[in-house]
Design a protein around this ligand. Structure first.
Ligand code: G6P
Length: 609
């Protein structure tokens, strides 16, 4: 997804802009650009298709010292990846960068063309540049012109603007796309993600929807959508101490897979007592508020949606509450029947996924009791707009394929399900068993990571396969879905997951010696059922890879591989079984030589619809 970085400082800001773009690379992009104000010369723009390094090489040809600038990584929406479509876009003496989508760009483009403006790109962004230039021409006051421009835009935007006539000012605004201001000492920055600015500051101001701001060396002015001045606290970025480099690891994804024991332990910190969970983590009156909940709706996208699917089993079984789970892109456009006292839970790593955020906003008119955001980014839009929050403490996740965010979401959801069970006076033994299991979880995940070498050997079997099937039952069915998604995302092998009992209703027709079938076979109450399903696969010559507990006593034979996991109690088992599936997709991707951390066509944080 697109990324924005902007800076105003006494020092030369070009290296800061470039480093900021590099830190946003993980989000996915196809071109990059920078516009700086060169003293005595005006705005100088450089753009390049491809990686940030191409832009850096282009800039190196004519190095300049400058103190004001904006930069962008573009993920094509309107107009294909090409230099002419890359940001910044210029109009007369100004330059802008934009994330999001301007929905009324068509009529605006027509009007501006009629007014004599010439378009050089197919983007929706260029209309904003010309519109601002037009308003400025009518009344040469940049703040007024910026406000008049914002008032005409429909859709989503985060914007950064510089103008030759105001060499000491950086303007920015947000509506539907995230934007933060980074505070330095006599220098200020703006970015779509604080990660871009951790190189220069760990102090941030999170703009609210509809805000616009003017930044200078001396200070900042922020106004809300009614143009009234607003003040926000400067917040220290919590994960700033965490290393953002790959360290000893070859890829961020591998590093993040290995960070899971500590990420899970951090997520649980301060949430567990001896034999019960500490509901006060949710706020001072959490106990009373939890008592009112009679139904749960969960909404999320991608991997976070899979975490919600697992949670449904926990919430219904452990807390005895009806629970339904839906992808946000569907939920946001439908009229949901909301029974009384229903809690809406949104789950998101980034807290900025456009569909999930829109779903939360949509829910506000639907009569929910309250909303809870389970999220990895404390200052994100989702967290700020929800009534309650439960933060996962995975630390920054850079690899596009989510790993530690997923297992910490599951950890938080199991904790929340236990909290609901506790409030509803469900069996105390079950609650204390969950607490014990959660305590053992980091250690079990650590043990599961020892399977790395064994899984690496197995990966070669997938190298020339076109398809794979993943099977699971119960809570492990969504884990099979997540395993299939991981393989698709980073190795580009078509993978599907089925509830193993559904095999005979269609997918069995596909099974032959070219179809690896991955089964998730923990020793739970459904194991015997699963064994019959696996025999159906073997009878058709399918190659079986079983992730199972040693005690599972699965059939041996040609074409069957077992990977043994440590015994884990039922509640935490889906979290432990996620680990080898992550490792499998990672090693298959290595064999296939794909771009593990930045798979083609995908973005880490999908901030447009
Ligand atoms: C993108 C990412 C996925 C992620 C999904 C939801 O598709 O590539 O890894 O699961 O967005 O993101 P969120 O930040 O809301 O969890």
């Amino acid at each position: 997804m697109c990324g924005i970085v902007g800076a105003i400082a006494k020092r030369n800001i070009t290296p800061i802009l470039i480093e900021g773009l590099r830190r946003l690379e993980y989000r996915g992009y196809d071109s990059a650009g920078v516009a700086v104000l060169v003293p005595g010369k005006g705005i100088q723009r450089t753009r390049a298709v491809g990686k940030v390094i191409e832009l850096e090489n282009a800039l190196a040809k004519e190095p300049v010292q400058c103190h004001l600038g904006i930069a962008h990584t573009r993920w094509a929406t309107h107009g294909k990846p090409a230099e002419r479509n890359a940001h910044p876009h210029l109009s007369e003496r100004l330059a802008i960068v934009h994330n999001g989508i301007i929905e009324n760009h068509g009529p605006l483009r027509k009007r501006l063309t009629d007014l004599g403006y010439t378009f050089t790109s197919e983007t929706d962004t260029e209309v904003v540049a010309h519109l601002l230039a037009h308003h400025y021409k009518e009344k040469p006051d940049l703040l007024c012109a910026f406000r008049s421009t914002l008032a005409e835009l429909h859709g989503a935007y985060a914007l950064g603007v510089i103008h030759q006539d105001e060499p000491d000012t950086l303007y920015c605004a947000r509506m539907g796309s995230p934007l933060v201001i980074g505070e330095g000492s006599e220098e200020r920055f703006v970015a779509s993600d604080p990660l871009a600015l951790l190189q220069v500051t760990d102090q941030f101001i999170y703009l609210e929807e509809g805000d616009h701001a003017r930044l200078s060396l001396e200070g900042r002015d922020i106004w809300n959508r009614r143009n009234l001045p607003v003040e926000y606290p400067v917040l220290r970025y919590e994960h700033a101490a965490l290393s953002l480099d790959k360290g000893e690891y070859r890829h961020y994804m591998l590093k993040e897979i290995h960070e899971q024991p500590s990420a899970i332990a951090n997520t649980l910190e301060g949430t567990l007592a001896e034999d019960h969970v500490l509901t006060a983590v949710l706020g001072p009156d959490a106990e009373t508020r939890l008592q009112d909940i009679q139904n749960i709706h969960i909404v999320a996208c991608g991997t976070s949606y899979h975490a919600g699917l697992v949670a449904r089993y926990w919430i219904e079984e452990q807390a005895g509450l009806p629970c339904q789970v839906e992808v946000a892109s569907e939920y946001r456009y439908r009229q949901v029947a909301v029974p009384g006292n229903t809690l809406l839970i949104t789950i998101s790593q980034s807290g900025e996924t456009a569909d999930t955020l829109a779903a939360l906003r949509h829910s506000k008119q639907q009569g929910y009791l309250a909303s809870l955001a389970i999220c990895n980014v404390a200052g994100s839009s989702l967290v700020r707009e929800a009534d309650w929050r439960l933060l996962t403490k995975a630390g920054p996740e850079i690899g596009v394929a989510s790993t530690k965010a997923f297992t910490t979401q599951l950890t938080a959801l199991l904790w929340f399900s236990t909290a609901l069970a506790q409030t509803n006076n469900r069996a105390p033994e079950m609650i204390s068993a969950n607490v014990r299991a959660l305590r053992t979880l980091p250690g079990l995940v650590e043990q599961a990571l020892y399977l790395d070498g064994r899984i690496e050997q197995l990966a070669a079997t997938f190298a020339n396969k076109q398809h794979a099937l993943f099977l699971g039952r119960g809570t492990h069915y969504p884990i099979a879905m997540e395993g299939a998604l991981k393989l698709k995302e980073i190795s580009y092998i078509h993978a599907e997951a089925y509830a193993a009992g559904e095999l005979k209703h269609g997918p069995l027709a596909l099974v032959d010696e070219d179809m690896p079938v991955v089964s998730i076979a923990p020793s739970d109450s459904l194991l015997e059922k699963l064994k019959s399903n696996l025999q159906e696969v073997r009878a058709r010559g399918g190659q079986l890879i079983n992730f199972a507990c040693e005690t599972a006593e699965l059939d041996n034979g040609d074409g069957i591989t077992h990977i043994h996991l440590p015994p884990a109690s039922d509640s935490i088992s889906p979290i432990v079984y996620s680990i080898p599936l992550q490792l499998l997709s990672y090693h298959v991707a290595l064999v296939k030589g794909t771009d593990v951390d930045k798979p083609r066509n995908l973005a880490k944080s999908v901030t447009v619809e």
